[in-house]
Design a protein around this ligand. Structure first.
Ligand code: F6R
Length: 613
């Protein structure tokens, strides 16, 4: 995908048409979508007198303040929260964008690849542009095409647009309808007793309804107060199934916690319980039963993902290899897509993603399919692109994850990957019946054991409060602990802005140990009993150079005059111990960031769903 300057690729869209005032509904929806972008926001409402547009650079609070100063209201409106990948956010670049005659207003999430050509063509016809965005080209072109029939105009528009988009479109001449369309970006339609919604994500409408349509590419939705109709680009009527979402409105609220991240960490016992029972076919996702895939047809497993999901893949590699003896490669999706991977129709490619919309992971899936591999996705968002396009999917039951830094979705991914590994081990004949039961019992015990770990919250908070001054933190482990160290390091750096790196314990002496000095912190994860002596020896090497150590796990070690502090973990089969150690790592990162007073749920420069490469 080409990255365009000034494009709005990771944004949130909300729209409403119905009997109620659209403004509070849109503002409420934008609050739920702020995780998708927060450098500017805006809304347009459409009444009998035409559009009122309010846009504001900065956080949503700035828009709310402007709306308090100049209130607007109407029964139809569209809103947008923006996250520009490049270039400065500004009022002019904020959405909605309106055509020159003030007839058509558009909110856009995505990237219009041929916007320059569109702009040049329209400019030659005298159209004046007011922003540097690709999105304004959509509004201006729609207005240029407009012939009194909004649906016909949108169809014409779609034939001209190249790139990806989710669009909400209002027309001042037709205040009774709101038109929505999508291509390669998510969009749902919500249905309630008092009106209809469009949104980038389900949490934006959960307060009002749990009944949604998931839009497919190139479908056109025409919403009115009384109903919603779907058309294809030939203007033929489509009949879609209304689905009921199992997420509750409360799951998208903070519930008294200071941050969503802390709430989501605390939710992990329930998330693990739901995910395990769902995946094993005794809960909601039984249609995605693990026996749909028979690993015996494959000689290799590749796991492709980004960020934390990639770290889940690093852990899974150990588990899959131990239980199946198949060769497993964990690949960064952005590298996998371009490396001409050695895969074929005997390769199972696992795509792991919370959002199911990560551009690189989607591209990795498409590349794997192109080469004939079987693709299996582990995703949290039903109806997402990955879920729809992969050959098979297993859903994680994490519910909506609002904090940008993933916690509960990561834990749910681990659980699904463990269960897949156990299942595959049984299919291949490497895991005997009694071992299967033992492993399943261990996975089922995770919610209780995580509850035990959460009892250490105060101790972790206390320790974190004396760690805020560190400039650099190292995370070490051996074997599967080394894989989860990568997640601990990522969590810390992304929310606390403290530099950190993860290393295999045995690798330290090959270079990194030269960075260890007085008062460096080395978080040491030690859950593999057979490697206790080795990892403790690594901890001693750094202690003897003046470092401090936070030891996570039960390996025997002294306290080195108070320089080694330990958080114990409940006993569990070593293969699944990352699910326990990661909770300590999450809390540790969280409390350091909290002590520094940082904006934990929305760390700088990061967006929740990375829909651009
Ligand atoms: C880190 C984090 C990111 C995501 C990554 C992939 O806390 O959340 O590293 O894991 O952007 O996102 P998904 O899982 O949506 O594909």
């Amino acid at each position: 995908m080409i990255i365009l300057y000034w494009s709005d690729v990771m944004c949130g869209i909300i729209g409403y048409i119905g009997k109620e005032d659209a403004v509070p509904i849109i503002v409420e929806g934008l609050k739920k979508l702020e995780y998708r972008g927060y450098d500017s926001s805006g809304l347009a409402v459409c009444g009998a007198d035409g559009f009122s547009v309010v846009k504001q650079k900065g956080r949503l609070d700035a828009l709310i303040a402007r709306l308090t100063d100049c209130p607007v209201s109407a029964n139809a409106g569209i809103g947008h929260t923006r996250w520009a990948t490049h270039g400065e956010p500004s009022d002019a670049n904020s959405h909605p964008h309106v055509g020159g005659q003030n007839r058509i207003a558009v909110v856009h999430n995505g990237i219009i690849e041929n916007y320059k050509q569109i702009k040049e063509r329209l400019a030659r016809k005298g159209v004046v542009f007011h922003s540097q965005t690709d999105s304004e080209a959509i509004a201006q072109l729609a207005e240029y095409y407009y012939d009194g029939d909004l649906v016909r105009t949108v169809i014409k528009l779609l034939h001209r647009l190249e790139g990806s988009y989710a669009l909400g479109i209002l027309c001042a001449d037709n205040p009774d309808i709101l038109v929505a369309v999508k291509k390669d970006n998510p969009l749902i339609i919500g249905v309630s007793g008092h009106g209809h919604f469009i949104a980038s994500d389900v949490p934006a409408v959960l307060k009002y309804t749990d009944r949604v349509y998931y839009m497919e590419d190139d479908e056109i939705a025409v919403l009115s107060s009384g109903g919603v109709q779907f058309f294809n680009t030939e203007r033929e009527r489509l009949h879609k199934t209304l689905e009921t979402v199992s997420w509750s409105a409360a799951s998208a609220e903070k519930d008294g916690y200071p941050h969503f991240m802390l709430k989501e960490i605390m939710e992990q016992p329930k998330v693990l319980k739901d995910t395990v029972s769902g995946t094993l076919g005794t809960g909601r996702n039984e249609q995605h039963g693990l026996d749909d895939i028979d690993i015996r047809g494959y000689h290799k497993i590749v796991i492709a993902a980004c960020g934390s999901a990639y770290n889940a893949g690093l852990v899974a590699k150990y588990v899959f290899e131990r239980l199946t003896r198949l060769s497993v490669e964990t690949e960064i999706a952005s590298e996998f897509r371009y490396k001409d991977a050695v895969i074929d129709d005997k390769t199972l490619v696992l795509l792991v993603s919370q959002s199911g919309e990560t551009a690189d992971t989607i591209a990795a899936m498409r590349e794997a399919k192109r080469k004939g591999a079987y693709t299996l996705s582990v995703v949290n968002v039903v109806g997402s692109t990955l879920a729809k396009e992969s050959d098979a999917g297993v859903f994680t039951a994490a519910g909506p994850e609002i904090a940008v830094a993933t916690t509960k979705a990561f834990s749910a991914q681990l659980a699904v990957l463990y269960l897949l590994a156990i299942r595959f081990g049984v299919q291949i004949g490497r895991v005997a019946k009694d071992e299967e039961q033992m492993y399943l019992a261990a996975v089922r015990s995770l919610p209780d054991k995580i509850r035990e770990v959460l009892k250490e919250t105060d101790a972790i908070q206390k320790y974190a409060s004396v760690c805020v001054g560190y400039k650099s933190v190292f995370f070490i482990g051996r074997n599967i602990d080394c894989a989860i160290a990568a997640e601990g390091s990522l969590k810390l750096k992304e929310i606390s802005y403290i530099h950190s790196e993860a290393y295999a314990g045995g690798e330290l002496k090959h270079g990194t140990i030269s960075l260890i000095e007085e008062d460096t912190l080395v978080v040491t994860i030690a859950t593999c009993e057979r490697l206790y002596a080795k990892i403790v020896s690594n901890a001693e090497q750094v202690l003897s150079r003046g470092a401090k150590v936070l030891l996570i796990g039960n390996a025997p070690a002294g306290d080195y005059d108070g320089r080694l502090v330990r958080i114990r973990l409940p006993e569990i089969c070593e293969l699944f111990s990352p699910s326990l150690s990661v909770v300590v790592l999450q809390l540790f990162a969280y409390y350091i960031a909290a002590n520094k007073g940082l904006d934990i749920d929305k760390p700088r420069n990061l967006a929740k769903s990375v829909t651009v490469e």
